[in-house]
Design a binder for this molecule. Structure first.
Ligand code: APR
Length: 308
């Protein structure tokens, strides 16, 4: 399967690396900066004899090379600096993603698209409208990353194996995302039986701030190792038709009382994209928070004046 990764920066190149190392497809790494995708692709390929993977990656600045891609991952755009929210990236990144969407409409209109550029829920909407992708074939990456951060913090707090911790974070991939402690478990045991309310609240707050915490450390740029891992999990579920249940920004048409927008919800992800949106039995308070988050995303979409 041909997989295009748009943007050869930190997120895009780390994603390309993970995809080929897991033999998930033939990767085309595209960027507007001359030499950047070519150099990174060659560097990655020179690790193949040592690591033993069979997939290939090629770098390009020519949008025509995106032609025939079955799957596209959009990471082009600027990243956050300390003190910035994801929303602060909207204007600059909307322009970049819109120009990429023009190429996708011409070169790979049938592709399943995973949008990563922030603010992701809004730019997924923009891409869907501009490319004309059927709504079940386009998703945004956010929830898996936020959930992985939540899982990591829970594992650290309890001193248990990371793999034993499961959790869900729903809502927009922004400051009002919705970590769900009620659905977080350690090998089936609710974290509410293992942690105090105060501890849980601390972990929820750290999860919401998870991206900004990394930005404060890095001083310039934002996270990419965990984002690339989250993207890879989405790609793998699609390519291998795993039908994993993962929180992603997906088009809601009435689910959770949300209509006509992308927001983070649990989806079953398979060969055709979003096979199903799974509706969890949320409490009234959780539902209210989800609606606050989705209303925030809707207000930003209105700001961009994109229909669809
Ligand atoms: N077409 C293709 N690539 C582009 C375009 C464009 N029109 N405009 C910019 N780029 C490329 C840049 O040249 C750069 O190589 O996008 C890349 C972005 O890389 P980084 O600056 O390293 O940013 P990164 O950390 O990868 O984050 C990218 O992902 O997680 C999100 O919030 C993050 O929006 C940000 C995006």
């Amino acid at each position: 399967m041909k997989i295009a990764v748009i943007g050869a920066g930190f997120v895009g190149s780390t994603t390309a690396q993970r995809l080929i190392e897991r033999n998930l497809g033939e990767v085309v790494l595209y960027d507007i900066v001359e030499g950047l995708p070519q150099g990174k692709a060659l560097d990655m390929m020179e690790s193949a004899p040592i690591l033993g993977f069979e997939s290939r990656v090629v770098g390009t600045n020519d949008p025509k090379d995106l032609s025939g891609s079955a799957l596209v991952v959009v990471t082009s755009g600027i990243a956050r600096q300390p003190g910035m929210s994801r929303d602060d990236l909207l204007e600059r990144n909307a322009g970049i993603v819109a120009s990429v969407a023009d190429h996708l409409r011409e070169q790979a209109p049938q592709a399943i698209v995973i949008v990563v550029t922030n603010p992701v829920d809004i730019l997924t909407h923009l891409t869907a409208v501009k490319v004309g992708t059927p709504k079940e074939r386009i998703l945004g990456m956010g929830g898996i990353l936020d959930s992985s951060r939540f899982r990591h913090f829970i594992a650290m707090e309890l001193g248990v194996a990371q793999a034993d911790v499961d959790a869900m974070v729903l809502g927009g991939h922004g400051d009002d995302m919705l970590p769900l402690p009620r659905f977080a478990t350690v090998n089936g045991v609710s974290i509410e039986a293992l942690l105090s309310q105060e501890q849980i609240e601390k972990l929820v707050a750290r999860t919401r701030d998870g991206g900004a915490e990394i930005v404060r450390h890095l001083k310039k740029g934002s996270a990419y190792y965990a984002p690339a891992a989250a993207i890879t999990q989405m790609v793998e579920s699609i390519v291998r038709d795993q039908r994993r249940l993962l929180p992603c920004s997906a088009w809601c048409s009435g689910q959770y009382g949300i209509t006509g927008q992308f927001v983070g919800v649990p989806v079953i992800l398979g060969r055709e994209g979003v096979e199903k949106i799974v509706e969890l039995p949320l409490s009234a308070a959780e539902m209210k928070e989800l609606h606050t988050s989705s209303a925030h995303v809707a207000s930003k979409i209105a700001q961009l004046q994109i229909a669809g």
